[in-house]
Each structure stands twice: as structure tokens, then as C-alpha cells.
Design a protein around this ligand. Sequence first.
Ligand SMILES: Cc1cc2nc3c(=O)[nH]c(=O)nc-3n(C[C@H](O)[C@H](O)[C@H](O)COP(=O)(O)O)c2cc1C
Length: 164
Amino acid sequence: MDVLEAVRTKHAVRRFRDEPVPDDVMRKILDAGRRSQSSKNTQPWQFVVIRDRERLKALAQTGNFTDHMLLAAFAVVLVGERNTEPINFDLGQAAAYMQLAAWGLGVGSCLFTMHRPDDAKQVLGIPPEQYVYTGLSFGYPVPNLPRNQGGRKKLDEVVRWETW
Ligand SMILES: Cc1cc2nc3c(=O)[nH]c(=O)nc-3n(C[C@H](O)[C@H](O)[C@H](O)COP(=O)(O)O)c2cc1C
């Protein structure tokens, strides 16, 4: 898929078919995260992949809007070396790269927030000093679902030229 087409059409997918994502496709998605840019190229991340259904269920309990995780083929928790603004930005970049790569491969995704990050760390055995806040559900989208057309603000509403 052309990059602009992927950016234009990508949307949050919260309903997944009961169908595994092959390992090579999953690896391509993870690799897109690895290739993402980061502040001073520090690559301050680890990506924890979860496929086990019971673990996904336990992880879903650590956020408030995580139902989509229950039927995902797999989830990826984005882990930062610590909680700093650049690292949070970097994790967001890795998420976007993974989501766009997935979309280009026909795989849908949705972010989830772990509102109780300490619980999430416990579920996944992540050391306490590491930073956890968001993750991604991935899977093949259920086709033809009516979807919430959140839409986007118009370009003129969000762009200011030269000065505020
Ligand atoms: C930082 C962040 C956290 C998010 N957390 C959740 C979440 O906990 N649960 C969820 O269902 N969607 C979550 N989302 C997905 C957003 O709701 C979604 O990207 C937004 O509504 C735009 O959707 P659209 O691209 O389909 O229009 C999150 C997105 C971001 C960027």
C-alpha cells in the first residue's frame, strides 16, 4: 500500500477476526517499530509481545478501555527505559510505525492505555523502574463493520503559517 494511502485510510480497529497473524507478518510489524526514529537514536524501548489468551485477559484488566485486546491475535506493550518526555514521544513514534506497517499488511490495530501500569508490569514481569503506559492490539479486522467516523479536524483548523 502506498504510504499516503495508508495514512489516509488507517483507523482504529477494535474488532478482530479469530485468525492468527503469521509470525513473518508479526515480525515485519515489530521491525517497523524497531526502525522508528528516537531522540539521539537512543532506541529507549522494548516491545513485549503477548499472544497467550489468559495473559491478554489479565492485561486487559489493567486498563479501562481494553476490550479489543481480548480478541486480538496479539498485543504489544511499549516499554520505555524510564518516564521522560522524549522517551514518551519515542514510544509514540514506534507505535505509529508499527500501526502503519500493520495496516499496509492488512492487519488492524488499536492502542490501549494501561491506567494501572504497576498491575500491567506485574502481569508481564516488567521491572518496576521501566515505564509502561500504552500498548497495541493487532489482528485481522472484521470486515464491513460500521465504524465510528471520528473524522479529523480540517487542515486549516490545525495549521498556522509562520506564526501562531
Ligand atoms: C495515547 C493513546 C491512547 C489510547 N488509548 C486507548 C484505549 O485505552 N482504548 C481504546 O479503545 N483506544 C485508545 N486509543 C485509540 C484512540 O481512541 C483512537 O486512536 C482515536 O479515537 C482515533 O481513532 P480513528 O483513527 O479510528 O479515528 C488511544 C490512542 C492514543 C493515541
